[in-house]
Design a protein around this ligand. Structure first.
Ligand code: AHG
Ligand code: MN
Ligand code: MN
Length: 336
């Protein structure tokens, strides 16, 4: 039973039996993530103080400019998970290919792979606005003891064993699920401990916030345009409020608490939208569904999509169930 103010360490020990394959390995993995998150948090918090903000001068596989903190967060999570030899493979937004962890197979038992967006919302780093980290954990499908293959990473979201996000906001929180509801822990920076501040999080069934980059309006599919107009109509409890931070983690975290919908649709500029299925949409979908919400691509459940590429993009409609279903109604009118 989750007790408010319990530390994350206590919570993990107490709930170990709920984990799908309870050997302690997943607990150790979550432990590593909470450690790496503290290190990244420290760096994020001093971003304005040291020469760490600004462009790193390289581009990642998506052709986007990497920020120094992107690289720092990527290295920190990979190093922490690698050093402890807990996982057998890691895929990250910042790396073209997945990483095989050699040492993890020596006692033939490690069975998890992690997919990660180490720094989400990186355009907000320079301007002191909340950013996040997103992670997704799967049990490998290839035999334990052999090197991981792409198959271990290209699994549908419904096979996730755990997922979560860290939000580096006005306070830093780690929110995760292992398929038994969602719990949120707030970091006490003075002590370096995470405390259960948001036990058994539930997203409101409906809300009045819509989050979408309306700057792309003219490029949106007609169903999305119609839904935006619906949100803006003077009827019932509308118009809704528009909030768009540009860090999906922050936008979805707010909607988890207040109720709302986050949409990153496809557009005439990009056929599959922008967000990545494996390390952005699936983990957030798992969290939101576990909190009672819904996540689709406008038509189908995100977590049932079969991925074909590591860095695959997908349109994303995620949040309060009633709002996502209403958006889907508009999409269905123009189904191709
Ligand atoms: P990342 O920083 O990991 O590349 O992800 C940014 C994502 C998401 O967090 C955010 O909501 C969206 O991209 C913003 O994109 P636009 O600027 O196109 O709205
Ligand atoms: Mn991202
Ligand atoms: Mn990122």
């Amino acid at each position: 039973m989750a007790t408010k103010n319990q530390t994350l360490g206590e919570f993990i020990i107490e709930n170990q039996q709920d984990f799908a394959y309870s050997s302690g390995e997943l607990s150790r993995l979550i432990n590593s993530i909470r450690l790496a998150a503290k290190v990244v948090n420290h760096e994020v918090n001093k971003a304005g103080l040291v020469d760490i903000i600004g462009a790193f001068g390289e581009t990642n596989i998506q052709g986007e400019e990497q920020q120094k903190l992107d690289v720092y967060a990527d290295k920190t999570f990979i190093r922490t998970l690698t050093n402890r030899e807990i996982v057998c493979g890691i895929a990250s937004e910042e790396n073209d290919d997945f990483i095989t962890i050699e040492g993890c197979n020596k006692d033939n038992k490690n069975k998890y792979v992690v997919l990660i967006d180490p720094l989400d919302g990186s355009s907000n780093i320079d301007v002191n606005v909340s950013v996040g980290t997103i992670f997704s954990i799967y049990r490998r499908v290839t035999p334990v003891g052999s090197p991981v293959t792409i198959e271990d990473f290209l699994q549908p979201g419904n096979k996730q064993v755990a997922s979560g996000y860290i939000i580096y906001g006005t306070s830093t929180m780690l929110v995760y699920t292992t398929g038994n509801g969602v719990n949120g822990f707030t970091l006490n920076p003075a002590l370096g401990s995470w405390y259960l501040s948001h036990p058994d999080m539930k997203i409101p069934e409906t809300g009045n916030i819509y989050s979408i980059n309306e700057g792309n309006y003219v490029h949106f599919p007609q169903g999305v345009k119609d839904y935006i107009k619906y949100c803006q109509e003077e009827k019932e409890n509308r118009p809704y409020t528009s909030r768009y931070i540009g860090s999906m983690v922050s936008d979805i975290h707010r909607n988890m608490i207040k109720g709302g919908i986050y949409i990153y649709p496809k557009s005439s500029k990009s056929e599959s939208g922008k967000l990545r299925l494996l390390y952005e949409c699936n983990p957030m979908a798992f969290i939101v569904e576990q909190a009672g919400g819904k996540a689709t691509d406008g038509y189908s459940r995100i977590m049932d999509l079969n991925p074909s590429e590591l860095h695959q993009r997908v349109p994303f409609f995620c949040g309060s169930t009633t709002m996502v279903e209403k958006a889907e109604e508009f999409m269905a009118k123009y189904e191709e």
